[in-house]
Write a protein that binds this ligand. Structure first.
Ligand code: CP
Length: 317
């Protein structure tokens, strides 16, 4: 049974297949053709954390595939009252695939270990594979082919999103330059790092200008915790950590000056939500090189490909 958890288990051919499948699905949709390849199939979506794009893209994607999705907010279920393993085994009896935004990847892996239905890690503390795949779709479209993507840069903090993006790019032979002030300790996967670094495609620097120079795409993600704020003001308990992060990470901000001076042709990417003025500036989001909103839309095209691939129905497209 196929699962999508960290991208460690997917080959270069799998990743290329998924990109190609998503492109075909997007082309059909844009031509007004139906893509209802999964009638009477149900995707169960379990969220232990909030989401805008992941929920919308899987839910809309499943609608377009002719199936149905069920949204479960973990807070409004019996998960807090019962053993997780028991509860998730019951949940998986109601659909043909499980999409799980989890606090801990160990729970995603436990769900997958039952091999009842394909399981998707929809952003745990270590991985965000569906984001990495859809970002590759966006970059492939913009560059005019996977083989035209030579170098990407990642700025700010190494985290769950950078882990899976780095690994996917490395598997495709794309150079990844990381300029990070810090690594999110919860996101560290030594095995993934070894796998990515073994390709010789990963470089790390503390100089964001060096990372961005020559890049085709520049990515970033949040490094400021939104729990620090209350109505726009920093909560007193978090003031020290807020100041520490601001001083440490601000030099890594993705902004127009950095792009214009170091890589004027590089496209600007952010998986969203954007925290304007922190990891990204308003002038970067609105920059002519920004593809951030196409990047958001592509989540749906890739989710459809992922669902068909997991259910081994890709031959229908
Ligand atoms: N990028 C992403 O996963 O967005 P959401 O958190 O809104 O789902």
């Amino acid at each position: 049974m196929r699962h999508l958890i960290s991208l460690k288990e997917q080959s270069r051919a799998d990743i290329l297949n998924l990109i190609s499948l998503a492109q075909k699905l997007k082309t059909k949709r844009n031509a007004g053709e139906l893509t209802n390849y999964l009638p009477n199939k149900t995707l169960v979506m379990l969220f232990q954390k909030s989401s805008t794009r992941t929920r919308l893209s899987f839910e809309a994607g499943m609608t377009e595939l002719g199936g149905h999705s069920i949204f479960l907010d973990a807070k409004n279920t019996q998960f807090s009252l019962a053993d997780f393993g028991d509860e998730i085994q019951a949940v998986m009896r109601f659909g043909q695939a499980l999409m799980f935004r989890a606090m801990k990847v160990a729970d995603v892996e436990l769900a997958a270990s039952f091999n009842r239905v394909p399981v998707i890690d929809a952003c745990s503390e270590k991985y965000h594979p569906a984001q990495a795949l859809s970002d590759l779709l966006t970059m492939t479209e913009v560059a005019g082919g996977v083989d035209k993507i030579k170098k990407i840069a990642w700025l700010g903090m190494e985290n769950n999103v950078s882990n899976t993006l780095m690994l996917a790019c490395a598997k495709l032979g794309i150079e990844v330059a990381i300029a990070a002030a810090e690594v999110d300790a919860n996101s560290v996967d030594a095995e993934l790092n070894i796998m990515a670094e073994a390709t010789g495609k990963i470089t790390r620097t503390t100089d964001p200008r060096e990372a961005v120079a020559g890049a085709d795409f520049v990515h970033t993600d949040t490094w400021m915790n939104m729990e620090f704020f209350d109505g726009g003001a920093v909560k007193p308990d978090f003031k020290e950590e807020y100041e520490r992060r601001l001083a440490m990470f601000k030099p890594y901000q993705l902004n127009a000056e950095l792009i214009n001076s170091m890589a004027p042709n590089a496209r600007i990417m952010h998986c969203m939500p954007c925290h304007v003025g922190y990891e990204i500036s308003r002038d970067a989001i609105d920059h002519p090189n920004s593809v951030i909103f196409d990047q958001a839309e592509n989540r749906m095209h890739m989710q459809k490909a992922i669902l068909l691939w997991l259910l081994e129905q890709e031959h229908l497209v």
